[in-house]
Design a binder for this molecule. Structure first.
Ligand SMILES: Cc1cc2nc3c(=O)[nH]c(=O)nc-3n(C[C@H](O)[C@H](O)[C@H](O)COP(=O)(O)OP(=O)(O)OC[C@H]3O[C@@H](n4cnc5c(N)ncnc54)[C@H](O)[C@@H]3O)c2cc1C
Length: 464
């Protein structure tokens, strides 16, 4: 028998759960039928959100970081929609208050960036707490869940509004009638074909950074486009991070590289390791490793002075030990990279950095720069001279893509003639980021626009 719901939400991450809970709560005394469709099993639910530390760009749950809107607009080179950014800023603290009402608490712990970035708060229990708490609250509010269920296509009514979602569960197809759908099913980072199409050859082999990332294969973007949705965001843009390939941990980043050098397997430097704070350089490093180094692998090299930097362990999230050696040549042998190349690189680097390193300051952009080195090292340029030497291999891993469907500040999906009736989208599926990721805003925007989408989707019950 065909099922029918007031609101169908696709995706069980921050955006989808915020939408489902908001729709159920907005129904008040006339309970709504709300369904969350999720392709992962119940045990594997949560998408990227579940694995994300979920840092948020706020000083406190009731106070945004300074220059929140200005920084977001600047990071996008002025290309993000200012109305969307303004709505995000306006609704951020009310959304966090809503999470607090549901039992989520926030903290401002030291994070893996040693160089000061914009202030970040974090939900206690990180993204997994968001998934668990919101799923529990949604379930208590009457929301139903269909796990192991893949959303496949969207059906429009003759008048152009949403009529149904077609899904597949364990090989069986079914039609779910509804006037309102919220797509909250992530980007296309784990679709090799789309990755290659939009980012170029080789992009299909960038590894997903967590188990949850692998579920996001762009299905929502394809369905929305087939229904006439416009696109937005930077289709060549991705958030990628440098990780230790030996580790199975989610987000096994090595973020101490500004205090050493990074070389390819010929032992050559190819990147200015000190060209700004880590959160300004990590995407470029990861991307350069994948697209421009032989074998798509690099090595972060340090000497024993790394261990003197207070809290340096925080910036290394791999569970694997570094390769250690008493000399640079032995280190190269341990890494199985060109020993002559590495020895020459370290010698040239040491000759080009200031003899007096007293200006070195790990936690700020310190201005200690190399002289005449190519590529330069613009900050934290100290000699690599004191044994034992150590190294971590690093490769590129992907978190999410920037290209997606076009939405407005009401989370409505925009088609050629304006909003598509009954179709909403929130989170990573929506195209708003350009150039670099504005750190600490992804989970926040998933929650803010998920909640907006859920409320409006419920309105389709009376309007639809
Ligand atoms: C390692 C890592 C670290 C991060 N750190 C931060 C951070 O500190 N701060 C921050 O703001 N952001 C961070 N992010 C980004 C942030 O976590 C995500 O942008 C955010 O969680 C996205 O939420 P979402 O609900 O849009 O998508 P997701 O949480 O990915 O949820 C999408 C869901 O849709 C499901 N799905 C996909 N296709 C279908 C389909 N066809 N049918 C049914 N279901 C489908 C997926 O299985 C998944 O459960 C990080 C991401 C990663 C991976």
């Amino acid at each position: 028998m065909e099922q029918s719901y007031d609101v169908v939400v696709v995706g069980h991450g921050a955006a989808g759960l915020a939408a489902a809970l908001a729709a159920a709560e907005a129904a008040g005394s006339a309970p709504a039928r709300v369904l969350v469709v999720e392709r992962a099993s119940q045990a594997a639910r949560g998408g990227n959100t579940r694995w994300s530390p979920s840092y948020m760009r706020l000083e406190a749950p009731d106070r945004l970081a300074p220059r929140f809107e200005e920084d977001m607009m600047e990071t996008s080179g002025g290309r993000s929609d200012p109305a969307y950014v303004a709505r995000l800023a306006a609704d951020a603290t009310p959304v966090l208050a809503w999470l607090q009402q549901h039992g989520i608490t926030f903290d401002r712990p030291p994070n893996y960036f040693l160089t000061a970035a914009a202030p970040r708060i974090q939900p206690v229990g990180a993204g997994a707490a968001i998934v668990d708490v919101l799923a529990r609250a949604a379930s208590a509010a009457g929301v139903e869940f269909a796990y192991d269920t893949d959303a496949q296509s969207l059906e429009l009514a003759p008048g152009g509004g949403v009529a149904a979602l077609h899904v597949r569960t364990a090989g069986t197809d079914r039609r779910i009638a509804t006037n309102a759908i919220v797509f909250a099913c992530g980007g296309f980072e784990s679709d090799p074909v789309a990755m290659r199409e939009h980012l170029g050859e080789g992009a299909e082999s960038i590894r997903p950074i967590t188990a949850g990332t692998a579920y996001n294969t762009g299905g929502g973007i394809r369905m929305a486009r087939a229904a006439g949705a416009q696109t937005a965001g930077d289709w060549n843009g991705v958030h990628v991070e440098p990780v230790d390939p030996r580790s199975d941990r989610p987000e096994a980043v090595v973020l101490t590289y500004p205090y050493g050098i990074v070389v390819d397997r010929n032992g050559r430097r190819f990147f200015d390791e000190g060209n700004g704070r880590v959160d300004e350089t990590w995407e470029t490093l990861a991307r350069t490793i994948h697209f421009e180094t032989p074998g798509r692998i690099a090595y972060a090299i340090f000497d024993s002075s790394l261990a003197e930097i207070p809290g340096f362990e925080r910036a290394i999230c791999t569970d694997r030990e570094p390769i250690r050696a008493g000399t640079i040549r032995e280190l190269a042998a341990g890494l199985e990279i060109d020993a002559d190349g590495l020895a020459q690189t370290v010698a040239a680097y040491n000759a080009a950095v200031p003899a007096d390193a007293s200006a070195f300051e790990a936690t700020r952009v310190d201005g200690l720069a190399s002289n005449g080195l190519v590529p330069p090292k613009s900050n934290w340029a100290r000699r690599i001279a004191r044994a034992p030497f150590l190294a971590y291999p690093i490769v590129c891993a992907i978190c999410y893509t920037f290209g997606g469907v076009k939405t407005d500040a009401e989370a409505r999906v925009i088609g050629a003639g304006g909003p598509i009736p009954g179709l909403f989208a929130a989170g990573e599926i929506t195209g708003q980021f350009y150039g670099k990721a504005p750190g600490g805003t992804s989970v926040l925007r998933a929650l803010v626009f998920g909640r907006i989408a859920g409320k409006h989707a419920l309105d389709c019950r009376t309007n639809g």
